[in-house]
Design a protein around this ligand. Structure first.
Ligand code: NAD
Length: 252
């Protein structure tokens, strides 16, 4: 028996580092997964790969910053599943810039993807979760807790995502549980692309390793394990929480 047997799950950012891991791990625990991402090519390859492994995964293209696109995704989920049990808001982007160099457009772009998107998906999917004892998992970041230099836009958007999760937990109780997770640095394409142009990239990774009490970065499956638990009925008493999964980074 899988921990997510019979559950219909929607995962955004499904074609990215943690999204691909989540898609595979959730399916392996018995879920039917609709994975959505802006990256159609990567999402389509993921669908081919997971179906080839005998997993119940389907991909749909979405732009989580667009209400129309999110509405279309909800219609696809409705047609495919009928009802939804789990919404895993994982899509995100990072941007590092000093506050005074950040343009209004950049601020809005980072906010739209990391924060407003969660408002849009919540509005679109909660009606499909009625009466299902559902679970929403929103991906925030330690960047929304620790005041990192150059992370004004990203940190503010991730902090907003965490607080929105608390309010949603209150508004949708007792039907739907809502929690936020705040990963430390996790070894996915995100930190690798973010540091691609930096001359001291190796030193940055070395410093990150030491700044986590674990002496290393997180692995995607470690973060996804927490999300999987939050999605499962084992976490039935867990709602309104903002959970750090950061190798002790924020403790230091
Ligand atoms: N990797 C880390 O160190 C880290 C740390 C803390 C939090 N996070 C958060 O975890 C989540 C997953 O990150 P990851 O490391 O797997 O990153 P990633 O870059 O590998 O994946 C992010 C995915 O989101 C998708 N995406 C971006 N904009 C989108 C849009 N408008 N519509 C739909 N999809 C869109 C991208 O195409 C990509 O597939 C993000 O929310 C990120 O902010 C990551």
């Amino acid at each position: 028996m899988g921990k997510l047997d019979g559950k219909n799950v929607v995962i955004t950012g499904a074609a990215g580092g943690m999204g691909q891991t989540a898609s595979r791990m959730f399916c392996a625990e018995g879920a039917s997964v609709l994975g959505a991402d802006l990256d159609n090519a990567a999402g389509t390859s993921l669908e081919v790969a997971l179906k080839g492994e005998g997993l119940d995964f389907r991909f749909a293209e979405v732009d989580v910053t667009s209400a129309a696109s999110v509405h279309e995704l909800a219609e696809t989920a409705k047609a495919h599943f009928g009802a939804v049990d789990v919404l895993y808001n994982n899509a995100g982007i990072i941007m590092g810039k000093p506050i005074l160099d950040t343009t209004e457009e950049e601020w809005a772009f980072v906010e739209r993807i990391n924060s407003k998107s969660i408002f849009l998906t919540t509005k679109a999917f909660v009606p499909l979760m009625a009466g299902r004892k559902g679970s929403i998992i929103n991906v925030s970041s330690i960047g929304g807790i620790v005041a990192f230099e150059n992370m004004g836009a990203y940190g503010a958007a991730k902090a907003a995502a965490a607080h929105f999760s608390r309010v949603a937990a209150v508004e949708f109780a007792p039907d739907i549980r809502v929690n936020a997770i705040c990963p430390g640095v996790v070894d996915t394409p995100m930190p690798r692309n973010f540091t691609k142009e930096m001359a001291n990239r190796d030193e940055i990774f070395e410093a990150w390793n030491h700044e986590h009490l674990t002496g290393r970065l997180g692995r995607p499956e470690e973060v996804v394990s927490l999300a999987l638990w939050l999605a499962s009925d084992d976490a039935g008493f867990m709602t309104g929480a903002v959970i750090n999964i950061d190798g002790g980074y924020s403790t230091r």
